[in-house]
Design a binder for this molecule. Sequence first.
Ligand SMILES: C[S@@+](CC[C@H](N)C(=O)[O-])C[C@H]1O[C@@H](n2cnc3c(N)ncnc32)[C@H](O)[C@@H]1O
Length: 240
Amino acid sequence: MSGADASLRDGALGRGELTLRREAGGLVLAGDPARYGKPLRVDFVEGRAAHRRRFGGGRGQLVARACGLAAGITPSVIDATAGLGRDAFVLASLGAEVLLIERVASIHALLADGLARAARDPETAAIVARMHLAHGDATHELAALVAASTVAPQVVHLDPMFPHREKSALVKKEMRLFRELAGNDSDAPRLLEAALDVATHRVVVKRPRKAPPIEGPAPHHVIDGKTSRYDLYVHRSLKA
Ligand SMILES: C[S@@+](CC[C@H](N)C(=O)[O-])C[C@H]1O[C@@H](n2cnc3c(N)ncnc32)[C@H](O)[C@@H]1O
């Protein structure tokens, strides 16, 4: 699906297979549970995000190392494939200013709702104050979206969708819902080009461990994790 089709990406909503509705705990995206599993919502206050914030391993976490967070170094980051904001929240928890860009309107709406709820909670308010959300297609508008924000593009973080990246049935259902909305992000090579143009220091790309790098220039470094890895494209080193 090309970036020009971004307005069609919420097609599953248009076909009535998925609905976006407000519940007591916030905005949820829901469909037939047999096909899509549990409704999707963004929650930075409780659950997985809270657990990771409290016990997650700080700057030793894969995403933090890939983005260059180290003792005395906290770069600003553009997360050009924001999704549910999990990676961005980890980076913001560690002190980074992050611009999150998401092109799918319903996913952007879930994120905006999750950020607004987290802004009202004393435990997460300071963290989400560092998270700045934009709606747009980073493949086509990255330079303009970055220029309109206050976040410097020292590091651009990319995590495009990749087919069959997770094994468990539970995650597969969540991924199915996501894929219905986002497609396979087949324009990732052009997104990488756009990211390399705006990043002042590095572009980092999250991939499933065994997947090939995104088509284009070869990464300079690779950081391997248990299930995923990061390909690093380095313009210049980050300094304290
Ligand atoms: C695998 S998910 C990212 C998950 C995210 N890293 C997280 O921690 O929740 C990929 C997301 O990037 C979005 N996306 C992909 N290409 C994009 C682009 N060119 N501009 C904006 N968003 C994009 C997709 O719509 C999808 O929501």
